[in-house]
Design a protein around this ligand. Structure first.
Ligand SMILES: Nc1nc2c(c(=O)[nH]1)N[C@H]1C(S)=C(S)[C@@H](COP(=O)(O)OP(=O)(O)OC[C@H]3O[C@@H](n4cnc5c(N)ncnc54)[C@H](O)[C@@H]3O)O[C@H]1N2
Ligand code: MOO
Length: 418
């Protein structure tokens, strides 16, 4: 890796809101180029360009019922049948009709469609009945006109978007692909199996962080998770170098402080990394950082240093990693919904306090949860997100405050009333 900028010796702590927007901009300016993928393979990616309608939709006038396409007034003489999937000949003259299926193209000259169940046949085989006043066919371009922009660039692709793109006739879409992530666990004291005890704690971040990263749209497999890495500078540098070789984002856990075996900062210096943010005025999670490394190919990669205390690591994910990924994926900065506090939440002086809360969806009220020490995960496992208590303030019942939601899926964490 080439040296981009010297790692500052004296970290300058960044305000939490400023840190979010700075990492988002860093991600946006380093967003990898779009790729073109088959339309069935883009779920979860992001549109790199607007979804523009390729033809009128529907592309031709289409019967919306099974029945008879008729010309003029009845009764009508049958001259054929039109099934979906073909181009019919025109209806030749007044008083003629063709049998037509739902979805079939309306023949030129048709002035109406009569539902089969609202028709009768006369003794001499003519079709009779009364047309409804509302048309029983869909006009070409009724849903969208050719060239119309249906969705803007930056739209997250979900199954609804995939279906719409396919119906427009797209075979492939240009998307911003999911960033590739890697995770490096620092800390010799960590156990990766079995029960904690005798001075050793279980590594809770190795299993949990990749799952959170996937929720934010990263690609990360078990092979991308490395550690615990030995507490030496050489081992740290080597692990980071390997991660950066393939990943757009390498997350590390632990070692963000300056203790005797905290090697993250010296390792970043050795790799020629430049800080985007180095410590954030937020509690918990203060020592979090984001650094940028430019590879020999000119491509920018990021290192997110998540503090070792497990809840603090998740605070760093929601504070730095989530906005960075939104930028890298060409999406808008995630907006923070607002909730009403049901109980007081203390401030943390000149730091932003991210306070774990559960949220009652019926009333949109947030209640702080218990067991929220930075080394604990019990509170987090029952919370919907973090209420944001601004520096120099404290939360009072009734206050409206922003909340940083955890990326939970529908049905997860059913929120009990407060
Ligand atoms: N002198 C000071 N010491 C500390 C300060 C400070 O301001 N001055 N800040 C504290 C804060 S805040 C945090 S957060 C931690 C951050 O420390 P590190 O990022 O250097 O993390 P470690 O020291 O490696 O570990 C801290 C703690 O977390 C446990 N840990 C680490 N990794 C994992 C994991 N994967 N799974 C579960 N638990 C993990 C580790 O055993 C330690 O108990 O520094 C404070 N110190
Ligand atoms: O902020 Mo530390 O992250 O208090 O545990």
């Amino acid at each position: 890796m080439s040296t981009e900028a010297a790692v500052a010796a004296d970290p300058t702590t960044t305000n939490w809101a400023e840190a979010r927007s700075r990492v988002y901009e860093a991600g946006r300016s380093a967003a990898p180029p779009p790729v073109e993928l088959p339309v069935a393979e883009v779920d979860g990616q992001t549109l790199a360009e607007p979804l523009t309608n390729l033809t009128d939709l529907p592309a031709f006038p289409t019967s919306s019922v099974d029945g008879w396409a008729v010309r003029g007034t009845g009764p009508w003489r049958l001259v054929g049948r039109v099934l979906a999937g073909s181009t019919p000949p025109p209806l030749p003259e007044e008083g003629t009709a063709v049998e037509i299926a739902t979805g079939a193209m309306l023949p030129d000259g048709a002035t109406g469609v009569l539902r089969v169940e609202e028709s009768t046949r006369t003794a001499d085989g003519l079709v009779a009945g009364t047309l409804r006043s509302a048309p029983e066919w869909r006009a070409a371009g009724e849903e969208a006109q050719a060239g119309e922009e249906l969705l803007p660039a930056g739209t997250p692709v979900d199954p609804g978007v995939i279906g719409l793109a396919a119906s427009c006739g797209y075979d492939t879409l240009r998307v911003r692909r999911a960033p590739r992530a890697a995770l490096i666990i620092f800390g010799d004291e960590l156990l990766t199996v079995g029960r904690p005890g005798a001075g050793r704690v279980r590594d809770s971040l190795g299993p949990a962080v990749p799952a959170w990263l996937r929720r934010y749209g990263c690609e990360i497999t078990s092979a991308d998770v490395v550690g615990p890495v030995a507490d030496t500078l050489e081992a740290h540098v080597e692990a980071l170098r390997q991660g950066l070789a393939t990943a757009d984002l390498v997350c590390t856990t632990g070692g963000t402080m300056h203790g005797p075996v905290d090697h993250l900062h010296p390792a970043l210096r050795e790799l020629g990394a430049g800080y985007v943010v180095n410590t954030v005025a937020v509690r918990p999670g203060f020592p979090m950082l984001l650094a940028r490394v430019t590879g020999p190919d000119g491509r920018v990669r990021f290192v997110a240093g998540l503090p070792g205390n497990p809840q603090s690591a998740i605070v760093a994910i929601v504070s730095l990693v989530a906005p960075l990924l939104a930028g890298l994926r060409g999406r808008v900065m995630p907006e923070l919904p607002r909730v009403t506090l049901a109980e007081p939440v203390p401030g943390r002086g000149d730091h932003t306090h991210l306070a774990l809360v559960r949220v009652d969806p019926a009333t949109n009220t947030a209640t702080p949860v218990r067991h929220v020490g930075s080394a604990m995960l019990r509170g987090l496992a029952g919370a919907a997100g973090f209420a944001v208590i601004a520096p120099g303030t404290q939360g009072e019942p009734g206050d409206q405050v922003p909340v940083v939601p955890l990326p939970l899926l529908p049905g997860e964490r059913p929120q009990r009333g407060v």
